[in-house]
Design a protein around this ligand. Structure first.
Ligand SMILES: *Cc1c(COP(=O)(O)O)cnc(C)c1O
Length: 389
């Protein structure tokens, strides 16, 4: 990056891997796979082969079959298709759905929209670590429950939910299980051959692919159906029509392949950075980690601090590019609803900073972050000594 900017917002989006950018460009021009993959002619077939290869690449990463993948514009659309599509498809059987208040807005707001249309939503509160209590889910499941939607890795805290246990319970009760896996796929193992998951949302731009392309995994099993939200051509079995964006799909496929090949190395890298950052920040008076230390993806570290005002802290932290809460909510000054659900006070939630890092982050950058944070906190406490801890 230019100047002395340090990018620590990988959970908001990642830079595109240069190899991915290259393959994307190659599929746009006359001498590449620019054609409509639905066309029968030779260039059409060539484009269609590019799509098939990318589909295999993503299917390999999550260990599913190629026919179980639907291309979308991103995880937001995948969440909408999974939740609204399944709710409409099963409406005649019942109108009860279950989720958590700590989900991404692209799940909570979809459910709220359904609520206005007569569906009933049960919101299960997390424990103080941010995790779902399986017993709460068991109690909430009813005969008319159609769908449970719980995310894999939380975008603000990195907290990991027990997808296997949740899925097993849903299977037992014959309820569909959707997982927003946007922050987990390509970063942690996510093996759909062994996980009892019916639908999973993914997006390329969290794993060094471009923005504007995502996928929905929909298990090829009886009863796992969604009604389409869009109508048009016959593409993708009419579940999601529209001319396939071959360059974006090729890019997502390659990004998925690279993520799979680097899964362990990437994980070890962010794990070491996380340890280093927490070792430095936790020595500062009043610093608290938000979310489970044990069950978290280490590419995200979310910390609050006592007696410090969030906006001032964010300003004092420049040139660090970090978020308070999630990027989608950063424009609003409200304390994070995710952290409020974990039992944090408004003040503590407001002081939260989400550090998220990735392949290009260095330990020297982490050391600078620690130094900068300590410095900023010291200055702000001097300005408001009455409040200092
Ligand atoms: C980024 C993100 C989304 C939204 O993905 P888009 O591809 O930007 O629509 C949804 N859920 C989670 C958990 C995310 O992190």
């Amino acid at each position: 990056m230019s100047d002395d900017l340090i990018y620590l917002d990988y959970a908001a989006t990642t830079p595109v891997d240069p190899r991915v950018a290259e393959i994307m460009l190659a599929q746009m021009t006359m001498d590449g796979g620019f054609a409509n993959p639905s066309s029968i002619h030779i260039v059409g077939r060539r484009a269609s082969e590019v799509v098939e290869r990318a589909t295999r690449q993503l299917a390999t990463l999550i260990n599913c079959s190629a026919k179980e993948l639907i291309w979308t514009s991103g995880a937001s659309e995948s969440n909408n298709l999974a939740i609204i599509g399944a709710a409409r498809n099963r409406e005649h059987r019942g109108k009860h759905l279950i989720s958590m208040p700590t989900e991404h807005k692209a799940v909570t707001d979809v459910l709220r929209a359904l609520e206005k249309k007569g569906f009933e939503i049960t919101w299960l509160q997390p424990d103080a670590d941010g995790r779902l209590r399986i017993g709460d889910l068991a109690d909430a499941l009813r005969a008319d429950t159609q769908l449970v939607s719980i995310m894999y890795v939380n975008n603000e805290t990195g907290v990991i939910q027990d997808i296997k246990a949740i899925g097993a319970l849903c299977r037992e009760r014959d309820v569909l299980f959707h997982v927003d896996a946007a922050q987990g796929v390509g970063k942690l193992p996510f093996d759909l051959a062994t996980l009892p998951v019916d639908m999973a949302s993914m997006t390329a731009h969290k794993i060094y692919g471009p923005k504007g392309i995502g996928a929905l995994y929909k298990a090829d099993r009886p009863g796992c159906n969604v009604d389409p939200l869009l109508f048009g051509g016959g593409q993708q079995g009419r579940i999601r029509p529209g001319t396939l964006p071959v360059p974006l799909i090729a890019a997502f496929g390659l990004a998925a392949r690279i993520a799979g090949e680097n899964l362990q190395a990437d994980f070890a890298h962010v794990q070491a950075l996380n340890k280093r950052l927490w070792a430095g920040l936790s020595t500062i008076a009043g610093v608290l980690r938000n979310g489970s230390a044990e069950h978290s993806f280490p590419g995200i570290l979310n910390v609050s601090i006592e007696d410090i005002e969030g906006e001032s802290l964010l300003l004092a932290l420049e040139p660090l590019c970090v978020s308070t809460g999630s990027a989608c909510n950063s424009l609003k000054q409200e304390p994070s609803y995710v952290l409020r659900s974990l039992g944090r006070s408004d003040e503590l939630a407001q002081s939260a900073i989400r550090f998220s890092f990735g392949r290009a982050t260095t330990s020297a950058e982490i050391d600078f972050v620690i130094h900068r944070y300590r410095d900023a906190v010291g200055k702000l406490r001097q300005l408001a000594p009455g409040k200092a801890a």
